[in-house]
Write a protein that binds this ligand. Structure first.
Ligand SMILES: NC(=O)c1ccc[n+]([C@@H]2O[C@H](COP(=O)([O-])OP(=O)(O)OC[C@H]3O[C@@H](n4cnc5c(N)ncnc54)[C@H](O)[C@@H]3O)[C@@H](O)[C@H]2O)c1
Ligand SMILES: [Zn+2]
Length: 364
């Protein structure tokens, strides 16, 4: 049997209202007496009112420049080296948390994460997506250590823009479809792959059942059980699929379609999870799973995920061939699907999907 790497969880994880009031105790218990707190601009504005007063732990604050680049990691590492810091505490969205992981790795310090958004599994994974200083994605790094502590204050997560949460739902829903297409047909799965497969299914089931109710928390400005459940699904369960599934828990067709869509300038302002959500439908169209597409379309409509090119701001006359070619270059994850996928097949799947959309609008 092929050997796969299992990447575990943060050493301690808690989701609880008021949890930041125990941050100092938890830092002291780890022997962290002087910490560097790294934050962003928007993330600090959101976090400040939940932030505890420290009495025994000394905290120094440092604001990042909004990009998780190698240069910014080097700068962070230099700041850490210049002080006597026991640990780094990251407060922010995925970019900031990834930066902290990189800075911690470079300086061999432990790190603590306090996410301010529930938009993807970055808080859970020991990985960082790295960009150029101009913001172009270059690669991701995998680190040997996970967070020493991950604290989710749900009221803080609720301060974030609702659209980012919706996009997080889209991105996490893809975990199931992208894992299923790889693991569903595998006869013999290792225990870790069984966990990944089960967790991916749990992602889908919880999201389909609870997202609508979870989103209401943004409208009324109050944390609910459904909100917490969906936030944990995005952050924790989503992270576990990749952690246990290794290459089988990663991406497949939906993310390749996302990457293909990025050739169209009009998609640059569209959130990652929104493009991935459309990618799920194209992947399912390639698999000819039309019933599943119908069911998902109703769900997308309810939560506000895009199910058509028009909703993504793309004209039906757009250059779909370039999208399909980019989605099917040799290194794309679409090729982990259990049948060959050509650019022609992708163009045809998108067209069929759009024809069904038009049919629905015309009441056919
Ligand atoms: N490491 C991983 O496993 C992993 C997984 C998925 C995505 N990523 C990476 O995560 C990044 C995306 O992360 P993200 O979606 O969390 O967003 P982000 O970190 O890019 O933040 C988006 C914006 O929201 C702001 N923000 C943060 N908290 C806020 C709040 N509470 N209220 C208002 N604004 C707030 C930020 O300042 C930023 O301007 C990308 O770099 C992506 O590549 C990493
Ligand atoms: Zn994604």
């Amino acid at each position: 049997m092929e050997s796969l790497v299992v990447r575990g969880a943060p050493h301690e994880y808690v989701l609880e209202e008021g949890i930041l009031s125990s941050l100092e105790t938890k830092l002291k218990a780890r022997g962290f007496h002087h910490v560097l707190v790294v934050h962003g601009d928007a993330s600090w504005k959101a976090a400040e009112r939940f932030w505890p007063e420290f009495t025994a732990v000394e905290a120094t604050y440092w604001q990042y420049n909004g990009i998780c680049s190698q240069n910014q990691m080097d700068q962070l590492a230099a700041v850490v080296q210049s002080g006597e810091y026991d640990a780094i505490v990251g407060v922010g969205g995925g970019k900031l948390l990834d930066l902290v992981k990189g800075g911690a790795y470079q300086t061999k310090r432990p790190y603590v994460l306090v996410p301010t958004l529930a938009s993807n599994c970055a808080p859970w994974t020991p990985l960082a997506a790295v960009y150029t200083d101009e913001g172009t994605y270059t690669h991701y790094d995998v680190y040997p250590e996970n967070a020493s502590l991950l604290l989710l204050e749900p009221r803080l997560l609720l301060t974030a823009p609702k659209e980012l949460f919706v996009a997080g739902i889209g991105d996490t829903l893809a975990k199931w479809y992208e894992a299923d297409v790889q693991l569903g047909s595998m006869d013999e799965k290792s225990p870790a792959l069984e966990v990944a497969y089960y967790t991916a299914k749990l992602c889908r089931d919880i999201l389909l059942e609870k997202s609508d109710e979870a989103l209401r928390a943004f409208d009324i400005g109050e944390v609910s059980t459904a909100f917490c459940k969906v936030a944990e699904t995005i952050i924790m369960l989503g992270g576990m699929v990749g952690g246990f599934g290794d290459q089988y828990g990663r991406i497949a067709g939906a993310h390749s379609i996302h990457n293909g869509l990025t050739v169209l300038a009009e998609t640059h302002g569209i959130l990652h999870g929104d493009k991935v959500a459309y990618g799920i439908l194209v992947q399912l169209a390639l698999e000819e799973k039309w019933h599943e597409i119908e069911a998902l379309r109703l769900f997308y409509e309810k939560v506000g995920l895009p199910y058509s090119l028009t909703q993504l701001g793309i004209s039906l006359q757009a250059d779909l061939r370039s999208v399909a070619e980019k989605a099917t270059v040799a290194e794309e994850s679409i090729h982990v699907m259990p049948f060959p996928v050509s650019a022609d097949a992708v163009v045809s799947a998108i067209k069929k999907l759009e024809e069904k959309n038009e049919g629905l609008q015309a009441g056919v």
